[in-house]
Design a binder for this molecule. Structure first.
Ligand code: ZN
Ligand code: ZN
Length: 188
């Protein structure tokens, strides 16, 4: 049976730069055709979120912060459902970038969501994961292993992914020693 989904939810919003964050009752996010609706298990607050709080990116407020959310899929849009990659009840996380357009000049040249001119960015120019529910992009979500608890998985969605990206490019053989500068920050 599909889980019952409320009309509103509690979310932590930034309502003005450098102001205390507020816990507010807000409408549930709209589920787009390729979106996953995720019941949030945990959401990290990255240094970029701190900069959003400071007003560095001139984000429109109110905004729900966090681009490091993880949780459980409770619903999905028709395109995501048809693609068959995701199922209700799966534990997932999503990364900062969502909704690649596949048609802008950058997409045509690189077909890479990070360069898309029309993608949105959770917690920067669109609501992020610090609510009871959040929208993940079916094309940019990751499946979580059952043994990784939500609170450990959340910071992997940005800080951990960034550090892992560097390690992957090194193509190190197994059991190599590496030093990571910034453990506790980008070290995850
Ligand atoms: Zn981040
Ligand atoms: Zn694009």
């Amino acid at each position: 049976m599909a889980p019952s989904i409320p009309q509103t939810m509690k979310a932590i919003q930034l309502t003005g730069y450098k102001k205390p964050l507020e816990l507010n009752e807000v409408p549930l996010p709209k589920v787009g055709e390729n979106d996953l609706l995720i019941k949030i298990g945990a959401a990290g607050w990255c240094h970029t979120d701190y900069q959003v709080w400071e007003g560095v990116y001139k984000s429109e407020t109110p905004i729900i912060q966090s681009h490091e959310p993880v949780g459980t899929i409770v619903a999905m849009g028709p395109k995501a459902e048809k693609a068959g990659k995701w199922k209700i009840g799966q534990r997932v996380g999503y990364l900062l970038f969502r909704h690649q357009c596949h048609t802008c000049a950058a997409c045509k040249n690189y077909d890479e969501i990070r360069f898309c001119q029309k993608a949105d960015h959770a917690g920067l120019d669109a609501d992020g994961g610090m609510g009871e529910y959040s929208i993940g992009d079916a094309d940019n979500a990751v499946l979580l292993p059952d043994e990784v608890p939500f609170e450990q998985a959340a910071p992997l969605m940005c800080a951990g992914a960034t550090t892992w990206g560097g390690l992957e490019r090194l193509e190190l053989p197994p059991e190599s020693y590496v030093g990571i500068v910034g453990i506790g920050g980008l070290g995850g």
